[in-house]
Write a protein that binds this ligand. Structure first.
Ligand code: AMP
Ligand code: ZN
Length: 113
């Protein structure tokens, strides 16, 4: 499949990995909007939040568990951080493999970062 994040997960395209387990991969955003900007993605290809169903939603709660763990490890848990998923072009989604932005390390504004 011609999907950038599937290629990152498989290692075909390099990334700065922060975390990996059997169902989730996390890596630094190539164009960071904040001092800490990590993308957390399911290994299973889901195009966006529109693809989340009762059958596959367990990975989403796991992603939030990983986000909380990474926030602690990356030192942003105390000051505060944001977890965002842009769904669809009008929301600014540019890569159509479901992903959650973990943003922190500065005072965040009203936009994504
Ligand atoms: P979104 O606009 O919500 O779809 O987010 C896509 C994110 O992927 C953007 O923040 C990009 O900077 C990021 N991105 C695009 N290509 C890469 C890449 N090769 N490695 C890491 N992050 C990337
Ligand atoms: Zn994909």
């Amino acid at each position: 499949m011609d999907c950038l994040f599937c290629k990152i997960i498989s290692g075909e395209i390099p990334s700065k990995k922060v975390y990996e387990d059997e169902s989730v991969y996390a890596f630094y955003d190539i164009n960071p909007m904040a001092p800490v900007h990590v993308l957390i993605v399911p290994k299973q290809h889901l195009s966006s939040m529109n693809d989340i169903t009762a059958e596959n939603s367990a990975v989403v709660s796991h992603i939030f568990e990983v986000a909380a763990q990474l926030a602690r490890e990356l030192g942003i848990a105390e000051d505060g951080y944001r977890v965002v998923s842009n769904c669809g072009a009008a929301a600014g989604q540019t890569v159509f493999h479901l992903h959650f932005h973990l943003l922190g390390g500065k005072k965040l504004g009203l936009n994504m970062a």
